[in-house]
Design a protein around this ligand. Structure first.
Ligand SMILES: CC(=O)N[C@H]1[C@@H](O[C@@H]2[C@H](O)[C@H](O)[C@@H](O)[C@H](O)[C@H]2O)O[C@H](CO)[C@@H](O)[C@@H]1O
Ligand SMILES: [Zn+2]
Length: 281
């Protein structure tokens, strides 16, 4: 299983429970992170001067946070696309960080796709996971991670034909149910209306992974990304630096974008992302 994410923290926020579960079930799991997250905001005062506009040291610091988060999830393999520091966090849409010469969104796609295709040819994943075409919530690096991954899977086909590709998504019904059961959150946080958070209609979800047994690992990994993520007491909610409460949900959701679905379970959805692949090949 290979998961391609844009920034340190995305692997945990969107797929942390899936990573922890498949590792415990004996699968080989590797994460590729496309940037160091250099353009992030910082929660709290202690590390606030690491931001790009000050000492510009946040990328290196987030490597350490990522290492701690991956350990909390069970220790998957990890690569930075092109090597640590090759491509830089492009910043939120419309910000000047996209003009940086190493910005991920400016990268030569023959290079980014080539680097990821080489990882696929080397690791021979049965399942690849990334974001959908909108990047989940529109971040330019997430959108680029999607396009690079889909192109790399095709580029690698001559040496390794990946059986299934999934897009990680948030499901609208699960988000709404989670928001209704957040438990206590800090007074500084805002609690959004269900429709205000990025999510896809439940009808478009084709697979879900029950991570109820891995929520403690996911919460520990979220907390490891301490400059980016804050977890509420009780662990049913988290917030990024924007202090907008989001639910910690006991399932992670996917859309099958390429390949044949395995056996269906709950609500006609796959419940095992590795179902239907020849894991012996
Ligand atoms: C989860 C994710 O993709 N985080 C990105 C994102 O960070 C957000 C951004 O700073 C936004 O301005 C804040 O309001 C929000 O709270 C942050 O989560 O974009 C960053 C810059 O590209 C990136 O480093 C971070 O990983
Ligand atoms: Zn991100």
């Amino acid at each position: 299983m290979l998961l391609v994410h844009a920034h340190p923290d995305d692997e945990t926020i969107t797929t942390g429970g899936t990573i922890a579960r498949y590792l415990e079930e004996g699968a080989e799991v590797t994460i590729v992170t496309c940037t160091l997250g250099e353009q992030g905001e910082v929660i709290g005062d202690e590390w606030a001067q690491l931001v790009a506009e000050e000492s510009d040291q946040l990328g290196g610091y987030r490597i350490m946070e990522l290492s701690a988060a991956l350990a909390a999830l069970g220790g998957p393999g990890h690569r930075f696309l092109g090597g640590a520091g090759r491509w830089r966090d492009s910043g939120m849409a419309g910000t000047p960080a996209a003009e940086h010469p190493r910005a991920f969104v400016r990268a030569d796609e023959s290079e980014t796709v080539g680097e990821l295709a080489a990882v696929i040819a080397e690791l021979r994943p049965h399942v690849v996971i990334t974001y959908g075409p909108d990047g989940g919530y529109g971040h330019p690096d997430h959108i680029r991670a999607h396009t690079v991954t889909m192109a790399a899977v095709e580029r690698a086909r001559e040496s390794w034909d990946t059986a299934k590709v999934y897009w990680t998504v948030s499901e609208d019904e699960a988000v709404a149910a989670g928001l209704a059961d957040l438990g206590p959150v800090p007074g500084t946080w805002s609690v959004p209306q269900a429709g205000a958070l990025p999510a896809v209609p439940a009808s478009s979800v084709t697979a879900e992974v029950d991570i109820s047994g891995y929520l403690e690992a996911k919460r520990a990994a979220l907390s490891a990304h301490a400059t980016q993520v804050q977890v509420a007491d009780g662990g049913r909610a988290y917030a990024l630096s924007n202090d907008i409460a989001q639910p910690v949900v006991a399932r992670e959701f996917f859309i099958l974008a390429r390949g044949g679905a395995g056996r269906s379970g709950r609500a006609g959805r796959e419940t095992d992302l590795l179902a239907g692949v020849d894991a012996g090949s």
